[in-house]
Design a protein around this ligand. Structure first.
Ligand SMILES: *Cc1c(COP(=O)(O)O)cnc(C)c1O
Length: 361
């Protein structure tokens, strides 16, 4: 068996040590005689797995006690609707949204079904390659919250600091950047993330929510769409994605053992800088994103001669470098280099790119 370096944007690669541990525990978890997949979510074995995972996640991100952590299903795409359904209410019929890429647009489209959306800043005019300066942002007066996408997974555009939006609750879709570096959770009202990029397997969605945002009485709504339902039930209103929750817990343990998010952040910065430097120094490859907003996690790049795309991908695969094709909506290439991508993987990609350039230019 040989494991390749997998640059998939999601579902993405997982740390090998985590997969090894899952394999060792697959048939019989800690002498329970059961696989985690076969356990009752309310049994003491799974409860201990769930509690430990939450405790480790809280400690990695230093999550204050007045925030709840939810382990849900439905993906970030469900959060695009749950956020406005739960937070647009009472005197607030509008929310502020940053439009910085394809995922922002999807979140905006869902929010518009439930209220008015005010665009704070719109990067579509520059093809999502930069973010306008804060002096030009147009924040609404009566917005219920301000939503943004810290890292646009498809466009490779990332806020490098937390936007200052005054005292409105800040809501963030962190699907592809959570746990990539330290984060000040106290600056947020709500954070959500699908797990399959930087947390664990697909099927799990984590929500971090300030308790004040889930207090008010809501009009009747489907129980599954209410944050309060899930808070009151400790994420066990219905059957949670137990196996994905368990694997996420192994990933949190792996991150803690490595030294936590400070160490991981330094490592991710080194990986991204090495790859962007290689692209910028070449006349063969190109990344269009403003250097001030380049993503640490998703690095899109184009071959200036697009006729070589197919050959590039085929030869990369041959060299054990997988899933480098860009998103179908933008084309070109994209290397996703989440936490689980080792520095050797990025070095292997850079070496391959240089060699390919030498042979083809
Ligand atoms: C992948 C991704 C999504 C969609 O996630 P699903 O879990 O498939 O719904 C949303 N937002 C961002 C930023 C993403 O990277």
């Amino acid at each position: 068996m040989s494991r390749a370096f997998n640059f998939s944007a999601g579902p993405a690669n997982l740390p090998e040590a985590v997969l090894e541990q899952a394999k060792a525990e697959l048939l019989d978890w800690h002498g329970s005689g059961m696989s985690v997949m076969e356990m009752s979510h309310r049994g003491k074995e799974f409860m201990s797995i769930a509690e430990q995972a939450e405790a480790d996640f809280r400690s990695l991100l230093n999550i204050p006690n007045n925030y709840k952590v939810l382990f849900l299903q439905g993906g970030a795409s469900s959060q695009f609707a749950m956020v406005p359904i739960n937070l647009l209410r009472g005197s607030h019929d509008n929310a502020d949204y940053f439009n910085t890429g394809i995922w922002s647009k999807k979140a905006i489209a869902e929010a518009k079904k439930f209220g008015k959306v005010n665009l704070v800043s719109d990067s579509e005019v520059n093809h999502f390659t930069t973010i306008s300066p804060s002096s030009s942002w147009q924040l609404g007066d009566n917005a219920a919250y301000v939503h943004y996408t810290p890292n646009e997974t498809i466009n490779g555009l990332e806020f490098q600091t937390i936007p200052d939006v005054g005292d409105k609750p800040l809501v963030a879709d962190m699907s592809s950047t959570i746990l990539s570096r330290p984060l000040d959770v106290s600056k947020y009202g709500l954070i959500y993330a699908g797990a399959q990029k930087n947390i664990g397997p697909a099927g799990l969605t984590i929500v971090i929510i300030h308790e004040d945002l889930a207090k008010a009485d809501l009009p009747p709504m489907p129980a599954m769409l209410s944050y309060k339902t899930h808070i009151d039930a400790g994420s066990m209103y219905n059957t949670p994605p137990t196996y994905a929750w368990y694997i996420a817990g192994l990933v949190f343990k792996w991150l803690k053992d490595l030294g936590g998010l400070e160490v991981m952040g330094q490592r991710n910065q080194r990986k991204a800088e090495a790859l962007y430097t290689a692209i910028d120094q070449s006349d063969f490859y190109d990344n269009p994103v403003d250097p001030a907003y380049r993503s640490w996690m998703n690095v899109p790049f184009a071959l200036k001669n697009a006729d070589l795309n197919k050959t590039f991908l085929a030869e990369a695969k041959e060299a054990g470098l997988l899933t480098l094709a860009g998103h179908r909506s933008v084309g070109g290439m994209r290397a996703s280099i989440y936490n689980a991508m080792p520095e050797e993987g990025v070095q292997a990609l850079i070496s391959f790119m240089l060699d390919f350039e030498n042979r083809k230019s």
